[in-house]
Structures are given as structure tokens and as C-alpha cells.
Design a binder for this molecule. Structure first.
Ligand SMILES: Nc1nc2c(c(=O)[nH]1)N[C@H]1C(S)=C(S)[C@@H](COP(=O)(O)OP(=O)(O)OC[C@H]3O[C@@H](n4cnc5c(=O)[nH]c(N)nc54)[C@H](O)[C@@H]3O)O[C@H]1N2
Ligand SMILES: Nc1nc2c(c(=O)[nH]1)N[C@H]1C(S)=C(S)[C@@H](COP(=O)(O)OP(=O)(O)OC[C@H]3O[C@@H](n4cnc5c(=O)[nH]c(N)nc54)[C@H](O)[C@@H]3O)O[C@H]1N2
Ligand SMILES: [Mo]
Length: 711
């Protein structure tokens, strides 16, 4: 099929988004134009249904605000005033500025900044790494998402795919823990729903009432960040009441003898004081969880977003082993299926190009770094952003805004739109959308590899990220042929095609079919740890983590992270309760900022993506803050009042919604709205702390305190 055929044709594509569901799409094309996007009805996980965001993906492709040409800033930073320039001019301006910065201060004065605007192996997480590693730029440590949970999970169980999400149909007892499934992982719901219909009990553990908690047999609502106490108290009950699967524990775990005395302190009464959940409720939950095998826990990414998030995941891994949940399909703990994909991260990322001693800067520190608070030598003089919109997704928004406004900072942003971050750029470069590029998608929520074939030519002068870095490499005089690999070559290089998981799967097959299930046992036989076989140093599930001692575990290279424990103290080897830094019941900050704030995902946005689509903003409504009726009343706030939400870090304005969607003492401000279209030009990120959680430099969005008042 030629992309310009005047016949209506269908091209097999894949959703590009940073979402566990990675849907298989069918793109309809006529006269070189995308006329619609449908779900692939054959795909066993997509099951013929796209979400509210991608079902109108053509509106993104043809959005009137798309950036289609390189732009140069002509107004003040942040004003969004630009003029069109040629690619040649854009590239030569970048090269000229970078060469003089490198000459004066060295390449570490240049900072790349990226995340998962697209998740493809070709254009996604690692696309710019070889270029910046070769340049010698400061390394941007990417710990936006799941780095804390991943660290804890791998410390406990190794990098294992652990459970097939489709095997949840076989579960007898399901806990969705900090997971807003019907919004953020909606294609997994049919499997959970089927289990329910087969008689499984569904428990949701989330301070918020969500669409999915409405389907739960039981909704447990702990104080944000206190969940570790709940998990440890469940272990306490299971051990004290003799509910342990002793045979499984003896054969397939390490550290149980030391766990028994350690767990004595975590009584249900202790957990009640921390979480607000009645001790009897905790006892019953523990008993039912132990008795109803196979029992499955599905954790959301939000599990990691407080001071003790990492230790909480350590506790949940241990909990699953105590009851022998792993013995049958449908039992265990599900985090990321990503571990099943034999990706060649090393080849994509090229850590070997990093010069020893190159500076590393964590993503959360961008505002502080740009404002000179970190005393960096040399300071950051140039910022290159792609696949990310830091002004909305990173904490410390006010400082970040201040830093981005620095006249002497040379900022380049590659984007689909003039996002909040792009508005501060000196040069904006136009990026292709998924229908204009080739890519191969792994998934972090199922076991299918999906090919995205381009269905139209790039619009205007937009280029894929891979092409962008080919152009930059050429402009900067990189002669190694590696930097000029075609998209097809990058795609081929991205996977270990000889790995058993890819047996029988070829690019040709993917072209025909669009997707393929990894060569793994089917869901009804998927129980990789029925006989232990955990990919840890001991081969067992490590209740006592050998990797904690000496902190020798590092995140996979594509995160570019070190894994320093936040304060340099040793990581506790046994699952241990780490109380929330701010959001707990007892906290020194409680007097001035009595309310804990969570800022979870918006239903109609994908992080900050789609927050400039009229269909999605009208679906989502304006920025809201949800208050419990008691907290609203004591502040004289009524529904629909415009309120100011604030703490020492900043403030934003929102419309108040009042009801039992939240618990007393906790407010909820969904994230994703753009600064430029927000009241008072700020969003919840203005209040978020930059403090890391305990493991993997994870964020702590669920661990901050605020006050709310009428404007
Ligand atoms: N619609 C939509 N889908 C998305 C995204 C999106 O922006 N919008 N983003 C994608 C991405 S990048 C990710 S990482 C995933 C995230 O997927 P999830 O982790 O499911 O998403 P969140 O909305 O961040 O949080 C889920 C739930 O956790 C609860 N929660 C927050 N803190 C705590 C806590 O301390 N304890 C407990 N028990 N619950 C807590 C929140 O109230 C929320 O209902 O979603 C992906 N899918
Ligand atoms: N308060 C709060 N903050 C959060 C979170 C939260 O729950 N609460 N969640 C955190 C999490 S889990 C995550 S994953 C991060 C997400 O952080 P980001 O990955 O930065 O998320 P997005 O806001 O989706 O920004 C991605 C940008 O990439 C652009 N883009 C898309 N495709 C391409 C492409 O092919 N090329 C280029 N050059 N650009 C492209 C999009 O237009 C979009 O503006 O946010 C984190 N921040
Ligand atoms: Mo994420």
C-alpha cells in the first residue's frame, strides 16, 4: 500500500503512550490522510476497544496547533511568540551555541531532559542517549515512574515478569493496591471482572473512591503513604495465626527466621494508628487473603509515591510468598510485564559511550539546578527537552518556571505542540506523531510485542525522534555510522531476536499481524514461581534482601540512574515501615498545612498529553480539588467555589468539589492540566516536593501537605 493511495486502506499501528495497555490500533487512511483510528478486535488485550484519548488520535495529528516547522523565539521567554525558520538554520544555531558552551564550560553544561512522550523502542526512552553520551552532556537520571517499585521488586524477586495479567481470571482473591484500573489500566479490567464473575473477591486499597472501587467487594481507604503499615500488619496476622504456607516459605524464600521477630512490632493496632483502618478489618483482610488461593495483588505505579513506597513493595513481595500465592496461575504480585521483553537496552542506550566521571542530575532537581540552588559547576547553560513536558510533570514548578525564564539558558524543545515547557524554548523542533513514524512497542502491562507501521507521510517538516538525533549527530560532526542507523536498523537492534521469548516472532510476522504474544506459557499455565526459580542472587524470593546490603543493586541502565538510598543510610534488608514524611497523621507540618494532597492521573489526559484537546478538556473539566465535606465545612468552602491550594512551595487555584470521593484530611488534585491554561498560571506540581521516596529516587507526590482556602 502506498501511503498516498486514494483508496481507503488500513494500516496496523500501535498506541505510543506511556500506559500499561499498549493497544493495537488500525489506522484508516484515504488520500494520504488519517480518517480514523480503531482498536484491533483481534488483539487479546486490546479487545476491540480504545480509550477516550486515542480513539480520536486523528484529532492530535491534525490539531490546528501542531508545530509543523522549526521555530525561533521572538518574544520574551514563556510568551509563546515564535517565527518559522528552516531546519538548517535551527540545527546550525544549536551547533553554534553548543560548540561555544562546550569550549567555555565543557559539555556537562548541556542537560538533556526526556521521558516517555512515546514509548517505542525506536523513538522512546533511549532515543537520544547515545548522542548525549557521546557529547559528554550531564546525564539526566530518569526516575519519573516506577523506579522505586522496580528497585524494591527486583531486590525481592529479581527482574521477573511474575504474573500474566490475563491469568487474573484464575484468581480467587484480587487486591488492586493504589491502582485506578478503570482509568489507567482499563484493558486489564475484563480479566479482573471475569474473575469476579467466577466468584473472586475484589478488594481495592486506595484513599480515593474511584470508578473501580465502585465494583469492589471491599474498599479499604488508608491514609496516603501509610500502606506499608497495613501490609506489614497483614504479615503479622498471617504469621501469628499460623496461616503461613510453611512449605513454600521453607523451600523458596530467604530470611523468614529473621522476619518472625522483626514483624512482632507491626501489630494491627499499630497499623490502625498509622493508616486509620480498623485493626479488625486488617485481621479479616489478612485471613481472607491467606485462605483464598490463588490470590493476586496488582500494584499501581502510585504505590511508590511516598517516603516508604519502596519498603511497601518489599512487604507486598514478602506477603505473597508467606501465603504461597505463587503456586498456581492467578496468584502472586504483578508489577511490570516489561521484564519479559528481551530488549537490548545496552545497545539502545550505549552506556559505554559515557565518559567516566560524567555528572548525573536527577529529573526531579531540574528547577533547583536551573535556579543555581545546587551550586553546579559548570552551571546548566543549555537544556534539550524531548518526549517530556517538565513544567507540568516535574515538582517544584515555580522554581522551574523561574529557571526556564533565565535569559542565558539556551533551551531547545522537540514537540508536537507549544506546551508549557516549549513556550520557554529558544528553538522548537517539530516532532512526528505515531501515525507518521515506524516503531516497535514493548508493553509494561501485557505480554504482546506490537509493531507500529507509519500510515501517512510526516506532516509539514516534522521528524521522528530517531531522525532528529541523526540530524543532530551529523551537525555535531559525529562520524561513527552508529549515529546514522535507519529506523529499521534501530528497530532490529532493539531486541534480542534469538531470545527464547521471541522464538517464532519476526518483523515480517509483526508486519502482517501487527502484534505477537511473547513465547511464554499461556495464561492458564503461567506460574513461573510455583517452584521458586526467582532471578535473585539466591534463586529465592528474598524477604531478607541480599541486594540491600551494600546497596549494590542499580536500576536498569536505560534509567541512567544510580540507586543511592536517599539519605545515604543503608537500605533495611527486611521489609520495614517507613512512615510518610509529610502526609501521616502526626507530622510537624500539620499545623500550617493540615491536609495531605494526592495528585493522581486524570481520566481524560495521559499525564499532560491531551490537555490541549478540546474534546478531552471538556471531558475532564477544569482543574479541580476534591475535599471531604468535613474539611470543606470547617473552611467555609462550598462546591464549585474557586479555592487556592497552597504550601511553602507554591500555590494553584482550582474549583472545589466536595464529597466522599476522598477521606477526611486528604485532598485530591488530578494532574495534567497545562500551566498556560490554568487559573493563576500554576498546577498541582507547584506544591509537589522534590524529595525522593526511599528507593530508586522515586517521586513522593502522595506525600505532601497543603492548606486550602477560598479565593
Ligand atoms: N487515563 C490515564 N491513564 C494513564 C495515565 C494518565 O495520565 N491518564 N498515565 C499512565 C502512567 S505514566 C502511569 S505511571 C499509570 C499510573 O497508574 P496508577 O498508578 O493506577 O495511577 P494514579 O492515578 O497515579 O494512581 C492510582 C491510584 O492510587 C491512589 N493512591 C495515590 N497515593 C496512594 C497511596 O499512598 N496509597 C494508596 N493505597 N493509594 C494511593 C490514587 O488515589 C489513585 O486512585 O497510568 C498510565 N495510564
Ligand atoms: N503531580 C504528579 N506529577 C507526575 C505524576 C503524577 O502522578 N502526579 N506522574 C509522573 C509519571 S508516573 C510520569 S510517567 C511522568 C510523565 O511525564 P512525561 O513523560 O513528561 O509526560 P507527558 O506530560 O505526557 O509529556 C510528554 C510530552 O512528549 C511529547 N511527545 C509525544 N510524542 C513525542 C515524540 O515522538 N517526540 C517528541 N519530541 N515529543 C513527543 C508530548 O506532546 C508531551 O508533551 O509524570 C510524572 N509527574
Ligand atoms: Mo508513569
Amino acid at each position: 500500500m502506498s501511503p498516498n493511495s486514494s483508496e481507503q486502506s488500513t494500516v496496523l499501528g500501535a498506541c505510543p503512550h506511556d500506559c500499561p495497555d499498549t493497544c493495537s490500533m488500525r489506522v484508516s487512511v484515504k488520500d494520504g490522510r488519517v480518517t480514523g483510528v480503531q482498536a484491533n478486535p483481534d488483539h487479546p488485550f486490546t479487545r476491540g476497544r480504545l480509550c477516550n484519548k486515542t480513539s480520536h488520535y486523528e484529532e492530535r495529528v491534525y490539531h490546528p496547533d501542531r508545530v509543523l516547522h522549526p521555530l525561533r523565539r521572538v518574544g520574551p521567554k514563556g510568551a509563546g511568540e515564535f517565527e518559522q525558520i528552516s531546519w538548517d538554520e535551527a540545527l546550525s544555531t544549536i551547533a553554534e551555541r553548543w560548540k561555544s558552551i562546550i569550549e567555555e564550560d565543557g559539555p556537562s553544561a548541556i542537560l538533556p531532559y526526556s521521558y516517555l512522550g512515546t514509548q517505542g523502542m525506536v523513538n522512546g526512552l533511549t532515543v537520544g542517549d547515545p548522542f548525549f553520551n557521546q557529547l559528554g552532556a550531564t546525564i539526566s537520571e530518569r526516575t519519573f515512574c516506577d523506579s522505586g517499585a522496580s528497585t524494591a521488586f527486583v531486590m525481592s524477586m529479581g527482574p521477573t515478569p511474575s504474573m500474566d495479567p490475563e491469568s487474573f481470571v484464575h484468581s480467587k482473591f484480587i487486591i488492586l493496591w493504589a491502582c485506578n484500573m478503570l482509568s489507567t489500566n482499563a484493558h486489564m479490567w475484563p480479566f479482573v471482572d471475569q474473575a469476579r464473575k467466577n466468584g473472586a473477591k475484589l478488594v481495592v486499597i486506595d484513599p480515593a473512591k474511584t470508578q473501580v472501587s465502585g465494583f469492589a467487594d471491599q474498599h479499604i481507604r488508608p491514609r496516603p503513604g501509610s500502606d506499608g503499615a497495613l501490609a506489614l500488619a497483614m504479615m503479622h496476622v498471617i504469621i501469628n495465626e499460623g496461616l503461613v504456607d510453611q512449605d513454600y516459605v521453607n523451600q523458596h524464600t530467604v530470611g523468614y527466621e529473621e522476619l518472625v521477630p522483626h514483624i512482632a512490632q507491626y501489630t494491627p493496632e499499630f497499623a490502625q494508628a498509622e493508616t486509620g483502618i480498623d485493626a479488625e478489618v486488617i485481621r479479616t483482610l489478612a485471613r481472607e487473603y491467606a485462605a483464598s488461593q490463588p490470590a493476586a495483588i496488582r500494584i499501581g505505579v502510585a504505590i511508590e509515591r511516598s517516603a516508604g513506597g519502596g519498603q511497601l513493595v518489599r512487604a507486598l513481595a514478602s506477603l505473597s510468598a508467606l501465603v504461597g500465592a505463587w503456586r498456581q496461575p492467578g496468584g502472586g504480585l504483578l508489577q511490570l510485564t516489561l521484564w519479559a521483553f528481551p530488549a537490548n537496552w545496552e545497545k539502545l542506550h550505549r552506556a559505554d559511550l559515557i565518559k567516566p566521571g560524567t555528572r548525573v542530575l536527577n529529573q526531579w532537581k531540574l528547577g533547583a539546578a536551573l535556579c543555581g540552588e545546587l551550586d553546579l559547576d559548570p552551571p546548566i547553560r543549555s537544556l534539550f527537552v524531548y518526549n517530556s513536558n517538565p513544567l507540568v510533570v516535574a515538582p517544584n514548578q515555580l522554581r522551574l518556571k523561574e529557571g526556564l525564564a533565565r535569559e542565558d539558558l539556551f533551551t531547545v524543545v522537540s514537540e508536537h505542540f507549544l506546551t508549557d515547557s516549549a513556550r520557554y524554548a529558544d528553538i522548537v523542533l517539530p516532532a512526528t506523531t505515531q501515525v507518521e513514524q515506524l516503531d516497535l512497542m514493548f508493553s509494561w502491562g501485557h505480554f504482546y510485542l506490537t509493531l507500529n507501521q507509519p500510515s501517512i507521510e510526516p506532516r509539514g517538516e516534522a521528524v521522528s525522534n530517531a531522525e532528529l538525533f541523526r540530524r543532530l549527530a551529523k551537525t555535531m560532526g559525529f562520524t561513527d555510522a552508529f549515529f546514522q542507523r535507519s529506523d529499521e536498523q534501530i528497530l532490529k537492534d532493539s531486541m534480542d531476536w534469538n531470545h527464547p521469548a521471541l522464538q517464532g516472532i519476526t518483523v515480517e510476522l509483526l508486519k502482517k499481524q501487527g502484534y505477537a504474544r511473547l513465547n511464554l506459557p499461556p495464561a492458564d499455565q503461567f506460574a513461573p514461581h510455583a517452584q521458586g526459580n526467582f532471578p535473585t542472587p539466591s534463586g529465592k524470593l528474598e524477604i531478607k534482601a541480599s541486594m540491600a546490603a551494600g546497596g549494590n543493586f542499580v536500576l536498569p541502565t536505560f534509567r541512567q540512574g544510580s540507586n543511592d538510598h536517599q539519605d545515604g543510610s543503608p537500605v533495611p534488608a527486611l521489609p520495614t515501615y517507613v512512615a510518610p514524611r509529610e502526609s501521616g497523621f502526626d507530622n510537624p507540618g500539620q499545623q500550617s498545612y493540615p491536609l495531605a494532597m494526592m495528585s493522581p492521573k486524570s481520566h481524560a489526559f495521559l499525564n499532560s498529553t491531551y490537555a490541549n484537546h478540546p474534546r478531552q478538556t471538556s471531558n475532564e473539566g477544569e482543574q479541580k480539588i476534591i475535599l471531604h465535606p468535613i474539611d470543606a465545612e470547617s473552611r467555609g468552602i462550598a462546591s464549585n467555589d474557586i479555592v487556592r491550594v497552597f504550601n511553602d512551595r507554591g500555590s494553584f487555584e482550582a474549583v472545589a468539589r466536595i464529597g466522599d470521593k476522598t477521606i477526611q484530611g486528604v485532598v485530591i488534585a488530578p494532574m495534567g492540566h497545562w500551566v498556560a491554561s490554568s487559573k493563576a498560571q500554576a498546577t498541582p506540581a507547584a506544591l509537589n516536593p522534590t524529595a525522593f521516596a526511599d528507593l530508586g529516587c522515586a517521586p513522593s507526590f502522595s506525600d505532601n501537605r497543603v492548606e486550602v482556602g477560598k479565593v
